[in-house]
Structure formats: structure tokens, C-alpha cells
Ligand binder design. Sequence first.
Ligand code: UDP
Ligand code: LCN
Length: 839
Amino acid sequence: MMMEPVADGMPEALSQSRYHMKRCFTKYIEKGRRIMKQHHLMDEMESVIDVQTERDRILGGDLGYILCYTQEALVVPPHMAFAVRRSPGNWEFIKVTSDSLSVDGIGAADYLKFKEMIYDEEWAKDENALEVDFGAYDFSIPHLTLSSSIGNGVDFISKYLSSKLNGTPDSAQPLVDFLASLNYQGEDLMINGTLDTAPKLHMALIVAEASLASVSKDIPFQDFETRFKEWGLEKGWGDTAGRVKDTIRSLSEVLQAPDPTNIEKFFSRLPMVFNVVIFSPHGYFGQSDVLGLPDTGGQVVYILDQVRALEEELLLRIKEQGINAKPQILVVTRLIPDARGTKCNQELEPIIGTKHSNILRVPFRTEKGVLRQWVSRFDIYPYLERFTQDATIKILDHMEGKPDLIIGNYSDGNLVASLMASNLGITQGTIAHALEKTKYEDSDVKWKELDPKYHFSCQFIADIIAMNATDFIITSTFQEIAGSKERPGQYESHTAFTLPGLCRVVSGINVFDPKFNIAAPGADQSVYFPYSEKQKRVTSFHPAIEELLYSRGDNDEHIGHLADKKKPIIFSMARLDTVKNITGLVEWYGKNARLRNLVNLVIVGGFFDPSKSKDREEMAEIRKMHELIEKYQLKGQIRWIAAQTDRYRNGELYRCIADTKGAFVQPALYEAFGLTVIEAMNCGLPTFATNQGGPAEIIVDGLSGFHIDPNHGEESSNKIADFFEKCKVDNECWNKISAEGLKRINECYTWKIYANKMLNMGCIYTFWRQLNQEQKQAKKRYIQMFYSLQLRNTMKTVPIKIDEPEKAAPKPPPKAQSTMSTKRTQSKLQKLLDPRGTK
Ligand code: UDP
Ligand code: LCN
């Protein structure tokens, strides 16, 4: 195996078979400028070298090794440039001259220029084209080095801090200053101003610990609070003597001889996060009647479950810290006056299952007034800046102060979070849910072609701004960051890319940055629980579900029917987006007679009249569904049910499918995470899910479910058929997969694990940003300039939506309820908005 850089090993590799290589490169370049993917390189090599033994020899040598790690090659005769990725996150670029077969290592910028030559030669040759290099600001930040550590940012930072805080007073001073800054509504927490050096703090801890030596562990903090105050120690150490002692002990260890475990533990104990803002502007954000509407899917489910878990964890921590504080979580979204029967026109809505959390909705405004109707997530950019300003005022008013943490969701929410966090100087986290870039092949270089539909010129720039502005990034899987051995990750695809004519991003994001953390979501286990928990089953839904699945006759809720009720059901549920590939599944089923014999097919998604859709992709998918049902004569074997919004009933639906000994199938062309996959597994339903994206990591193939390849329909439908054939002869086969699926969920995918991780991030990254203030400030100025000079202008190119009169006119839409009063004076708000304001 070649260990040296590819540029050094390639000349030797090419010379091993110079004659064939010359012919091969001649073939590659004869079609002129183009991008070649790995399979193109292989196919064309096979067509040139027609002797099998010769081909095997070449592929078994160094060249085969290089090609096997080549992600793409660019042909710009007489040169070819190769992007080689030997492990996640590690890229090498090389240039080969086809006639002489000479090889040179090149940098990302030169590689991108090659790519631009294919699409926009003038831009490629412009010496003053805009190059964006975020990496230039990161030289002082330590980075991970091992691919396998990617996504364990908190771990890495704890280790790094343990070497930085090396037991000397000077090294501990930033920590002392940080502790001194902690407060709740102006009241000091942990320590007060008298303990302003590490030795003083250390001494106070020794005295305090000694004073508790003989105190029983259940004695409340209040009983010794006065004594502690005299020594400079404030509330926050714990609610009981036992907890206080434990927290003191871990800080003492950190001051004396720091180790990562104590650092992580100590930070997780700190009372720092009380008020959290979560931005999610696009789609219909609501608690009922919204799922399945355009742009409204798993993100909404994720956030609502996340809020419940976070609030629970916050309340627990606050209690254990011995503080009398009330946490607040505010999910901030867009208010849509024409709310299509949802509550998206209400300004404030308490979140069910919480005590202190609300949804706050703020309308999109333009100079023409408030925008009344839904707007696609791709067209949302011109409204975001004003939305941020309006939302900031409402949030500060509602919370009566600044939040401690701002979390963004998806590109639009992450941009808004970045603007607000930067303006107020607050710790920020981002969650992408699904970065669009990898969903469309070569979407960066082809941006001009795609922009009228998707406005990627805004989205990709907004994404890299948010990735660089944020203090930490939460991802659901490793593959979301750095992909797999074969395929780059969603974040990784932003390492270096180009938008010819706009900017060349030579360093967008580094997946080895310690800001990345994997915290996988869960599914609400009070809704999605195993089919076998008979006493919990919601039998009241059974008549409705029986009707939904088996009644004869088409109506607004279902079409098609299942003639043979004894067959197991394969089930899928998703928004009718192209990428969800529901029509792909229908086609696989239609074509596979064996599968059709074994099982029925039930689909939940969209609705049946394409003319009622406002979403381009949804319309096309609805039409295709009808065509496929017709083409393969599926009536009698398929039930197509319109989008379902009642999650309690959906939970029971998954379980009823399990009762038929069926399976869930998630056939997406690409799925960032896939909440339906873990919902189905929570219900004990064996699951077949796409190997493209999150599900590849959620499921261990053949053990806790199965992977299917959306690009190989026949193979996938046969894999499903094989399983059901096996189950026919061996009952245990189904039970085993069902049980292993549940085991996997309980080990890795629960909200409790998530909430704990996320709050730890909130604490440790607040300290981290303080430690790296100077770098952070320099980068912030660069980001601000990029935003003002580039993104702001690009966002202006997206047309402002004009409300359709027939929808706005008929009946006066429900008036947006204003449940908030203005609690603050303008001058107080102004003070909070002061950009120099610090926490
Ligand atoms: N969902 C639903 N009704 C539908 C379609 C989907 O309730 O008709 C729910 C589904 O149960 C899941 C979420 O919407 O909770 C979809 O999340 P997922 O991560 O699978 O996909 P996304 O839509 O976010 O891409
Ligand atoms: C968006 C998606 O596309 C899904 O893959 C995720 O499961 C969902 O968000 C929640 O993060």
C-alpha cells in the first residue's frame, strides 16, 4: 500500500504500465473538457485495456490503488486533475499531463480552477476572482488528526484543555475569570469577585471541602450557604452537601492536575445555560396538522422532541445545581398569516409537554408589508435579515434579557442564528438536518443552471458562513460530517468548492475542527414503542387504521386497496420529495413479481391531486405515482394513503404493520438522517433503509435491519423478497431483526443521551470561545465582510414573493394573535442589542 503523498507515488504507478496508460489518458482526454467520476475512469480504462490479465495487473498495482481512492477527475486537455481521498477528510489533488504522463501535486485553489475551466473559463483565468479562505483564520485553533476522532469535539477539547491548564496559576486564570463571570439575572454564581486568582480559589476549595467533611451528604446547600459566601463561594455547586463536595472535588482536581474526565464533568456541572433560542424559520412549524406539508418534515419533529428533552434535562441540572432559576426555551419560526388551517398564524404557542417552552412566530416583512403565504425554503433568503432584526427584539422582550445559547436549524435558521449570535455575542450551535449540496451532483459548479429553482448561490454561502460563525456543530451521524470510506460527507463537501462567477471557496470548513459533535436524535418513546407492549397499545385507533389500510373504495384519504389481507405489508412514509424516492419503491415493487406475491405495499405521503400542490417536486411525484399504479396494474396490492399528521395514530400504524409481520422500507436516494427509520425500529418493525446517508449508520446491515441501494432497485427489491421468503419458513427470522433493531435504538438513539450531550456542548464551547477570543474576533470580522459584500447582494437576486390575491382575499384570514406585551422600553432593548455587549 502506498504511504507517501499520491503526487509522489503516481509517477511510479503510471510508469508501471506506460504503454497502456498513454492509451488510457488519450481516451480520457479525447472527449474534451469534462468531469469524470470514479466509475467513468474505471469503465473507460476497461474499454482501452481489453486484456483481462493486463487490466487486473494494473488495477492490482499502485495505479489501481490511486484510482480506487479517486473521487473525481477533471479533464482539461492536455491535463487531467485528480481529487484523491484516501480517508475521510483527507484530500490530495494532483495534475497529470496526458502526453508526457508527468505528475504534479497541486493545491485546492488550482484544482478548483481546473473545474472552473470546464464551466466558466473566463472566471477561471481571472487573477482577481474572489477566493474565500476561512482556514486562514484557524491556524491558532488545534485540530483533530485522526479521521476516527471526527465528531468527538467535546472529547478533544477536554483533552486539549487538560494539557493547557497545566496546574500552574497562570494557566488556570482564564478558568477563574470565566467562573467569575457566571451569573443568573445579575446574581453571582459559583464564585464572587473576591476569588480572583487560581491560588485564592484553590485555597477556598480546600477550606470548603474540609468544612463538609463531616456533613451528611443530604444536607441542603442553604444550611451552609452563608459560610460559603464568606469564603467567596456562591450558589451553583450543588443542591446538597454530597453534590457540592463532588463538584468541588472535580474542580480541585482540574486546578491541581487536570484530566479530561474531570474537565468534562466539571463543565457539565456549571450553571450556565438557562435561556435557549432555537431558530427554525422555514416550512410550517407547528405541533399539529403540519407534517407532510411542503418543507415540513423531520426537522419539526426533531425540534419539538429536542425541546422537551432539553427542558427536562435543564430542570434536572438546575435542581442539582441548587439554583432557583426558571429555564426558558423559545423556538422561533416564521408567522404565516395564511396558515392553511394550521396554527402558524399564532404569535406565541406553549409547547405541549413542557412548562417553560414556547413557539414564537415572527412574520416575514418586506417594504410591501407582511408576507402572508408560505414560501419555499429555497426562496427564503431575501426575508432573513429583517426577520432576524424583528425576531431579536421580540426574543429579548420575551426573555427579558439575552439568551445563553442560540441554536440554528437548517441553512436559513443557521444563518439567522449566526447573525443574532454575532450581534449579541452569544454562544451558538448549528444543526444542518440536511445540507443540500450533496443531494445534487456537481451542484456547486452548476449553480447557474440550478439557481432559478434552488438559489444555491445563497444557500451554499449561507451554509459556510454559519459553519464558520458557529461555536459548535451538532450532527446526527459521523457520515454527515465526513461520509464513509467511499463517499465524502455532507460537511466535507464544503471543504473546497467553487461557484464560478461568484466565489472560489478554497477552504470552507475543516472536518477536523473540534467544533463538530455527533449527537443523534431519538424518537419519542411514549409515541413510538414496541408492537409487543400490548397493554400500552392504543387500540382506540384500530378501527380507523383498519379502515385506512383495508376499506374498499377510493376517497380523499386513500386510493388503491389490498385484496389479500393475509399478506404482510411493506410500508413507507415520507414527504413526496424526489429525493425520498417513494415512486422508486413503487416501481421496484411493480417490477418484482416475487415481491408482489409475498407482500402488499402501503405508502403514506402527499395527496392525490397534483394541481393542489404548490411544490414543484411534489406535483411531479404525485403524477408519477398515478402513472406507476396504472402502468404496473397495482390496484389490489397497493394502498396509497395521503400524508398523516397525527403522530399518535402514526405510532399505532407502524405497530399495526408490525402485527402483519411486515417491514418498513425507506428507499431515499439520499437521507440525511431519517427519523422514520428510528420510529419504525422503536416500534419493533424490521426496517430496510437506504445505504445513502444516515440510515447506513443507524442500521447494522443484516443484524438490526437491512441496507438497500436506491440506485439498484432490482437488487433491493430482491433483498426484501428474500427476507420475506425466509420468514415464511423461519418465524424467528422476523423476530430476531425486530429485537435487534430495538436493541440498537436503546443503545444509541434516545433523546436523553442527546439532551445531556447538547447541554455539555453549550457549557464547554462557551468557555472555548472565551479562550479563543482573538481568533474568534478576527474571523467574525471576515465573516461580516463576506456577508455584507457577497451574500447580502446575492440574496437580493431572489425574487420577493407576491401573495396570490385569490388566496389572500376570500375570507379574512385569522388575525395573528398578539399575546406578547412589550415589557421593555426601547432604550433597554437598545442596550441589549449593543454589539459590544458581552455575556
Ligand atoms: N411524517 C408524518 N406524516 C407524513 C410524512 C412524514 O408524520 O405523512 C413524519 C414522520 O413520522 C417523521 C417525519 O415526518 O417523524 C419525517 O422525518 P424524516 O427524518 O424521516 O424525513 P424529513 O421529512 O425530515 O426529510
Ligand atoms: C431533515 C432530513 O432530511 C432528515 O433526514 C432528518 O431526519 C431530519 O431533518 C431531522 O434531522
